[in-house]
Design a protein around this ligand. Structure first.
Ligand SMILES: NC(=O)c1ccc[n+]([C@@H]2O[C@H](COP(=O)([O-])OP(=O)(O)OC[C@H]3O[C@@H](n4cnc5c(N)ncnc54)[C@H](O)[C@@H]3O)[C@@H](O)[C@H]2O)c1
Length: 260
């Protein structure tokens, strides 16, 4: 995968899958804007990229606010004069069923996961249009876009929305040379799942058994798939939802393994 002369924005790049993706895209030659609400973490990612000889820039932004989203994209264009790739990855998890979910919980998760994703795409598409170059958007969905797991109703709802946004944008913008795809990861070893894993080693093992491969995934395994989908090697792929889930969604067997 070659991404020389491309400028990429990776949201939520201060941690987990976003960090691994930012590093991977920079390895492929892209200049990468490392966007995150947590400036320190974003700076660490930028340093990792620069130490490996890549080009990166930290942008602190709370993508729950549309004005911040617009500013973040504008800052990238001001700095590098173009935008070619948006990896819409930032999200929060709320480990609650509907009865325990407050209005504040709902507003937060919808603002970050849906509003943030939607408006990042809006400002990226505006820029792609202005450049006349086409562009690439990769949305981070989830196996929870299609399959329900217990106790995360609002999160699952937002991930279902991201899957459908991916298809809608692909339909609306393919004629302009803009490809829009999503990746649906299974359980990945990141801070997002820290509360689950803190319950003990049995949780990690049980989560592993949800996947046909028998283990949870690593952020780099998702990042490799992102690098492919945003590269020219995926030139005929748009509106696709690619599972990167170790077989989680392949059938019922992995899930049955948990209760047998
Ligand atoms: N880890 C998994 O098992 C898993 C599975 C399926 C999908 N995903 C998806 O992958 C993506 C990355 O998740 P992760 O596991 O790396 O999580 P993570 O918690 O490690 O990283 C998420 C990043 O998003 C940032 N962020 C949160 N709110 C933000 C905001 N308002 N503005 C800007 N940045 C913000 C956080 O600071 C953090 O750096 C998410 O979309 C998540 O839903 C993760």
């Amino acid at each position: 995968m070659r991404l020389e002369n491309r400028v990429a924005v990776v949201t939520g790049a201060g941690s987990g899958i976003g960090r691994a993706t930012a590093v991977r895209l920079a390895q492929a030659g892209a200049r990468v804007a490392v966007v995150d609400i947590h400036a320190e973490n974003a700076r660490d990612t930028t340093e990792m990229i620069e130490q490996a000889g890549g080009t990166a820039r930290t942008i602190q932004a709370d993508l729950a606010q549309v004005s911040e989203t617009e500013r973040a994209i504008a800052e990238v264009v001001r700095r590098w004069g173009q935008l070619d790739i948006l990896v819409n990855n930032a999200a929060v998890m709320i480990e609650k069923g509907i009865v325990d979910t407050t209005e504040a919980d709902w507003d937060r998760i919808v603002s970050v996961n849906l509003k943030g994703t939607f408006f990042c795409a809006k400002y990226a598409i505006q820029q792609f249009r202005q450049q006349g170059t086409g562009g690439n958007i990769l949305n981070m969905a989830s196996v929870n876009s299609f399959y329900a797991e217990g106790g995360i109703a609002a999160y699952a709802m937002t991930k279902g929305g991201i899957a459908q946004l991916t298809r809608a944008l692909a339909i609306d913008h393919s004629a302009e040379g803009i490809r829009v795809n999503a990746i649906c990861p299974g359980w990945i070893e990141t801070p997002l799942n820290a509360n689950f894993f803190a319950q003990g080693p049995h949780v990690r093992e049980q989560a592993g058994r949800l996947h046909a491969i028998g283990r949870i995934g690593q952020p780099e395994e998702v990042a490799d798939a992102v690098a492919y989908l945003v590269s020219d090697e995926a030139s005929f792929i748009t509106g696709a939802l690619l599972t990167v889930d170790g077989g989680f969604s392949a059938g019922l067997a992995p899930a049955l393994g948990v209760v047998l």
